[in-house]
Design a binder for this molecule. Sequence first.
Ligand code: DAT
Ligand code: MG
Length: 139
Amino acid sequence: MSGKRTFTMIKPDAVESGNIGNILQMISNAGFSIKAMKFTQLSEERAKAFYAVHAERPFYGKLVDYMSSGPIVAAILEKDNAVEDFRTLIGSTDPAEAAEGTIRKIYAESKGRNAVHGSDSDENAKIEGEFHFYANEVI
Ligand code: DAT
Ligand code: MG
């Protein structure tokens, strides 16, 4: 059975453009509740570690620079079928290919600067949540 929790980040482009509130409203309207949340910034080392799975990809350096370039909002979200439903809500990696009404279609600047992160599996949701939050910070 699929899990109830996923992990998200509102990325530097969406924070800088003033869309934290709009994106949280869309997340709430889609039926997700917030179990932990913080406004923070990744150091270069922490961004490298978070995206280590992409270390061999050509865009890794730019991704790390971008993700450590400004503040983000990190959050653990809860809903039935959380991982899959959240990926549907955010849309494709490239906003040009994202479905109408998705968060990335509305707010992402580009494939590299794409407004939000969403975990791709229950296993990664747990790992990524624990990367950002101590157990006693999660409801
Ligand atoms: P997603 O964030 O949709 O899970 P991913 O895990 O494949 O996508 O990649 C992680 C992030 O890396 C993605 O949100 C933006 C960046 N990225 C992926 N592919 C890229 C590309 N071809 N060019 C530039 N940035 C890319
Ligand atoms: Mg991914």
